[in-house]
Design a protein around this ligand. Structure first.
Ligand code: ATP
Ligand code: MG
Length: 400
């Protein structure tokens, strides 16, 4: 006997009413995609649950992969047996004996198949008695057991589990359209991308770079961050915008610490153009209220003036230590703190305005015609696709 299945519970999806079918199908598709490298694994659905048939593959490698799939509430190693009492008894015993650190247990039977002759309560007692009789130094605790042996009697078979692993939660990626993530090399924006994905949103990324002031290692940092994010979804397309000329011009033309405000507005204008071309409906940033000059309420109001696309800001109310905690958990922190220059840190004036006003910035932008430089930046966009199989496909693609 052995654990030959992984039982997958998808909690929140059950609440989604009419959309449920779409969500469950997407989840199944995402799990299949994630487990592609295990050729004999099968992912099946039955009412309210999903199962991975291991077909001889190592369950631990598969569990590690499943931990990155949004939409999974929890999962358990499971044994599948016929709906037959003696088989259920031996499987329950196997499940208990293979659980770790057990001093106390309880049995919980769910009889979804009402045709099964014994009732749940009766089975709890029957199985509990069998386990007690065949183990030593283990007792029953119905309130706070170390291990709960769960027995689900379904139409087609019975599944028995004895441990529960927490899943990533959230919604399956691909069930909430797409966003364009403004991805810098910093700590915040990858975390923002991760949180958007957690709500089922697919992402493309846009990165502004300023060669030769920023180098290839800075670009590589962005690719590496994106690669970490792919492990929660699939491939990510990155739009690399050559920003040097526009940025230099902005800081030449703009007085009074307003350069950064103009620069951010240009980033949004370019991002919106990319959205239009790609059919993307929103932008996502790593902005966080009060963190730096560009992220005061006044500043956000002024920067936001140039687009009416929704801007998703998953980190807006978080504390920095909460953000860092997530970035460590998703393994982007060590990449983010690599010391390479980012386009913003190079040109940023010593004292950027913390309360830049709309009328002032509109005036400064009107003293120079940026149309040509904007067009050039957009035409120079290079698209790189990062896949979750560690490959980078280069595709150069002019926008217009
Ligand atoms: P991060 O850690 O994400 O860099 P930050 O705290 O450094 O954020 P800012 O530098 O003010 O904050 O940037 C705010 C947001 O603007 C970033 O989270 C990111 O979404 C976007 N952004 C900044 N620089 C770039 C860039 N070079 N390319 C793309 N997006 C950028
Ligand atoms: Mg930054």
């Amino acid at each position: 006997m052995q654990f030959d299945h992984i039982l997958i519970r998808y909690g929140e999806l059950a609440l989604k009413g009419k959309n449920q079918k779409k969500f469950v199908e997407k989840l199944q598709q995402n799990i299949r995609h994630k487990l592609m490298e295990f050729p004999d694994v099968r992912v099946k659905r039955t009412q309210g649950r999903m199962f991975v048939l291991l077909n001889g593959h190592d369950p631990h490698a598969i569990i590690e992969k499943c931990k990155h799939v949004f939409g999974i509430h929890s999962f358990s190693l499971a044994i599948k047996v016929e709906n037959e009492l003696e088989e259920i008894k031996s499987a329950a015993l196997y499940a208990l004996q293979n659980a770790e650190n057990v001093n106390t247990f309880k049995v919980s039977v769910k009889r979804i198949n009402k045709g099964f002759p014994n009732r749940s309560q009766e089975l709890n007692q029957l199985l509990g008695g069998h386990l007690l009789a065949n183990t030593e130094n283990i007792t029953v605790d119905v309130h706070r057991p170390d291990v709960e042996v769960k027995v689900e009697i379904r139409q087609e078979a019975t599944y028995i589990t004895s441990s529960v692993v927490r899943g990533a939660g959230g919604l399956p990626v691909g069930t909430s359209d797409k966003t364009l993530l403004l991805l810098s090399g910093g700590i915040d924006s990858p975390v923002a991308g991760y949180l958007a994905m957690k709500r089922g949103v697919e992402i493309e990324a846009i990165h502004f770079h300023s060669p030769p002031f920023t180098n290839d290692r800075a670009k590589q940092k962005v690719f590496d961050l994106a690669e970490k994010l792919t492990s929660y979804g699939s491939k990510i397309k990155i739009h690399l915008v050559p920003f040097t000329k526009l940025q230099q011009r902005i800081f030449q033309e703009t007085p009074d610490g307003y350069g950064m405000t103009v620069m951010r507005r240009m980033m949004l204008r370019i991002s919106e153009q990319v959205c239009r071309k790609e059919g993307i409906l929103s932008l996502t940033t790593g902005e966080n209220l009060g963190q730096v000059a560009s992220q005061t309420m006044t500043s956000m109001n002024t920067i936001n003036e140039v687009t009416n696309y929704p801007i998703i800001r998953p980190l807006i109310t978080m504390d920095k230590d909460e953000i860092i905690e997530i970035s460590k958990a998703i393994d982007t922190f060590d990449i983010s703190i690599r010391p390479y220059e980012d386009c913003c840190t190079i040109f940023v004036p010593k004292a950027p305005k913390t309360k830049p006003k709309r009328d002032r910035v509109n005036y400064y932008e009107s003293t120079y015609n940026y149309d040509e430089l904007l067009k050039e930046a957009i035409e120079g966009i290079e698209v790189v696709t990062i896949t979750d199989q560690k490959k980078v496909e280069d595709a150069f693609e002019g926008l217009f």
